[in-house]
Design a protein around this ligand. Sequence first.
Ligand SMILES: [Zn+2]
Length: 163
Amino acid sequence: MQELSEPTIRSSFVNCSKGEAKRLNLPNLNEVAWGNQVFLSWLDPKSPLKGCLVVEQDGVVQGVLLQKSKAQSKAAQMCQFCLTLHPGSGISLYTAARPGESGRRGNTIGTYLCANLACTDYVLGKKKPVGIRQMDETLSVEDRLLRTKNNALGFIERLKNES
Ligand SMILES: [Zn+2]
Protein backbone atom coordinates (compact mmCIF):
# COMPACT_ATOMS: atom_id res chain seq x y z
CA MET A 1 0.00 0.00 0.00
CA GLN A 2 1.05 3.60 -0.37
CA GLU A 3 2.48 5.41 2.62
CA LEU A 4 -0.14 7.25 4.70
CA SER A 5 0.43 10.29 6.87
CA GLU A 6 -0.74 10.56 10.46
CA PRO A 7 -3.44 13.19 9.64
CA THR A 8 -4.74 11.00 6.80
CA ILE A 9 -4.95 8.01 9.12
CA ARG A 10 -6.61 9.92 11.95
CA SER A 11 -9.22 11.45 9.67
CA SER A 12 -10.02 8.14 7.94
CA PHE A 13 -12.04 6.48 10.71
CA VAL A 14 -15.62 5.78 9.73
CA ASN A 15 -16.90 4.54 13.09
CA CYS A 16 -15.55 6.72 15.85
CA SER A 17 -15.61 10.37 16.82
CA LYS A 18 -12.90 12.82 15.75
CA GLY A 19 -11.84 13.07 19.40
CA GLU A 20 -11.47 9.31 19.70
CA ALA A 21 -9.48 9.15 16.46
CA LYS A 22 -7.21 11.91 17.75
CA ARG A 23 -6.46 9.98 20.94
CA LEU A 24 -5.56 6.69 19.24
CA ASN A 25 -1.96 5.62 19.65
CA LEU A 26 -0.50 5.00 16.21
CA PRO A 27 2.36 2.66 15.38
CA ASN A 28 5.67 4.25 14.41
CA LEU A 29 4.86 5.09 10.79
CA ASN A 30 8.56 5.28 9.89
CA GLU A 31 8.92 1.62 10.77
CA VAL A 32 5.97 0.36 8.75
CA ALA A 33 7.02 -1.71 5.71
CA TRP A 34 4.44 0.06 3.54
CA GLY A 35 5.26 -1.75 0.32
CA ASN A 36 4.37 -5.11 1.84
CA GLN A 37 1.18 -4.19 3.66
CA VAL A 38 -2.28 -5.00 2.32
CA PHE A 39 -3.67 -2.64 4.92
CA LEU A 40 -2.43 -0.93 8.05
CA SER A 41 -3.58 -2.74 11.17
CA TRP A 42 -2.41 -2.50 14.74
CA LEU A 43 -3.38 -2.86 18.36
CA ASP A 44 -3.23 0.32 20.40
CA PRO A 45 -0.07 -0.18 22.49
CA LYS A 46 -1.69 1.62 25.44
CA SER A 47 -5.09 -0.09 25.27
CA PRO A 48 -4.39 -3.54 23.82
CA LEU A 49 -8.07 -4.40 23.35
CA LYS A 50 -8.38 -1.55 20.87
CA GLY A 51 -7.55 -2.52 17.32
CA CYS A 52 -7.36 -0.39 14.19
CA LEU A 53 -7.67 -1.22 10.54
CA VAL A 54 -6.92 1.29 7.78
CA VAL A 55 -7.50 0.32 4.15
CA GLU A 56 -6.72 2.36 1.04
CA GLN A 57 -8.53 1.69 -2.20
CA ASP A 58 -8.43 3.95 -5.29
CA GLY A 59 -7.19 6.86 -3.20
CA VAL A 60 -9.95 6.51 -0.59
CA VAL A 61 -8.65 5.74 2.89
CA GLN A 62 -11.03 4.20 5.40
CA GLY A 63 -10.27 3.32 8.99
CA VAL A 64 -12.22 1.17 11.41
CA LEU A 65 -11.88 1.08 15.17
CA LEU A 66 -12.22 -2.47 16.47
CA GLN A 67 -12.80 -3.79 19.94
CA LYS A 68 -11.07 -7.06 20.76
CA SER A 69 -12.99 -9.54 22.89
CA LYS A 70 -11.19 -10.60 26.06
CA ALA A 71 -12.64 -14.09 25.87
CA GLN A 72 -10.41 -16.57 24.10
CA SER A 73 -11.93 -18.87 21.54
CA LYS A 74 -11.81 -22.52 22.59
CA ALA A 75 -11.98 -23.85 19.06
CA ALA A 76 -9.71 -23.19 16.11
CA GLN A 77 -11.05 -20.43 13.87
CA MET A 78 -10.19 -18.90 10.56
CA CYS A 79 -9.37 -15.22 10.18
CA GLN A 80 -12.12 -13.72 8.04
CA PHE A 81 -9.67 -11.39 6.27
CA CYS A 82 -6.61 -13.51 5.44
CA LEU A 83 -8.24 -16.96 5.92
CA THR A 84 -5.38 -18.15 8.13
CA LEU A 85 -6.49 -20.95 10.43
CA HIS A 86 -5.49 -20.34 14.04
CA PRO A 87 -5.76 -22.35 17.24
CA GLY A 88 -8.04 -20.64 19.77
CA SER A 89 -5.10 -18.71 21.23
CA GLY A 90 -4.29 -17.02 17.93
CA ILE A 91 -7.72 -15.76 16.95
CA SER A 92 -9.97 -13.13 18.49
CA LEU A 93 -13.49 -11.93 18.02
CA TYR A 94 -13.38 -8.28 17.02
CA THR A 95 -16.40 -6.03 17.00
CA ALA A 96 -16.82 -2.69 15.28
CA ALA A 97 -19.43 -0.08 16.13
CA ARG A 98 -21.56 0.99 13.19
CA PRO A 99 -20.96 4.54 11.97
CA GLY A 100 -23.00 7.38 13.46
CA GLU A 101 -26.11 7.18 15.57
CA SER A 102 -26.55 3.43 15.07
CA GLY A 103 -23.14 2.74 16.59
CA ARG A 104 -23.77 5.12 19.48
CA ARG A 105 -26.85 3.06 20.31
CA GLY A 106 -24.56 0.03 20.63
CA ASN A 107 -25.07 -1.49 17.20
CA THR A 108 -21.97 -3.47 16.21
CA ILE A 109 -20.84 -6.20 13.85
CA GLY A 110 -18.28 -8.81 14.76
CA THR A 111 -15.78 -10.95 12.95
CA TYR A 112 -12.98 -13.39 13.81
CA LEU A 113 -9.55 -12.03 12.94
CA CYS A 114 -5.91 -12.87 13.61
CA ALA A 115 -5.59 -11.92 17.31
CA ASN A 116 -2.54 -9.73 16.56
CA LEU A 117 -4.11 -8.27 13.38
CA ALA A 118 -0.94 -9.26 11.50
CA CYS A 119 -2.78 -10.67 8.46
CA THR A 120 -0.13 -9.47 6.00
CA ASP A 121 2.61 -11.35 7.85
CA TYR A 122 0.63 -14.59 7.76
CA VAL A 123 -0.09 -14.29 4.05
CA LEU A 124 3.59 -13.55 3.34
CA GLY A 125 4.61 -16.51 5.50
CA LYS A 126 6.56 -14.27 7.90
CA LYS A 127 4.42 -15.58 10.72
CA LYS A 128 2.90 -19.04 11.07
CA PRO A 129 0.35 -20.29 13.57
CA VAL A 130 1.89 -23.09 15.62
CA GLY A 131 0.40 -26.56 15.79
CA ILE A 132 -2.27 -26.24 13.15
CA ARG A 133 -2.43 -27.30 9.52
CA GLN A 134 -3.48 -24.71 6.94
CA MET A 135 -5.78 -25.37 4.00
CA ASP A 136 -3.95 -26.37 0.86
CA GLU A 137 -4.20 -23.39 -1.45
CA THR A 138 -3.25 -22.99 -5.06
CA LEU A 139 -3.60 -19.19 -5.10
CA SER A 140 -0.41 -17.16 -5.45
CA VAL A 141 0.69 -14.90 -2.60
CA GLU A 142 -0.33 -11.85 -4.68
CA ASP A 143 -3.84 -13.23 -5.11
CA ARG A 144 -4.08 -14.06 -1.43
CA LEU A 145 -2.98 -10.52 -0.51
CA LEU A 146 -5.65 -9.16 -2.85
CA ARG A 147 -8.27 -11.47 -1.37
CA THR A 148 -7.29 -10.34 2.14
CA LYS A 149 -7.73 -6.71 1.14
CA ASN A 150 -11.06 -7.40 -0.54
CA ASN A 151 -12.31 -9.20 2.56
CA ALA A 152 -11.36 -6.19 4.69
CA LEU A 153 -13.08 -3.82 2.24
CA GLY A 154 -16.15 -6.07 2.28
CA PHE A 155 -16.21 -5.87 6.06
CA ILE A 156 -16.10 -2.05 5.95
CA GLU A 157 -18.92 -1.99 3.37
CA ARG A 158 -21.00 -4.30 5.54
CA LEU A 159 -20.29 -2.11 8.56
CA LYS A 160 -21.46 1.01 6.73
CA ASN A 161 -24.41 -0.39 4.82
CA GLU A 162 -26.31 -2.95 6.83
CA SER A 163 -28.95 -1.60 9.13
ZN1 LIG B 1 -5.79 -12.51 9.43
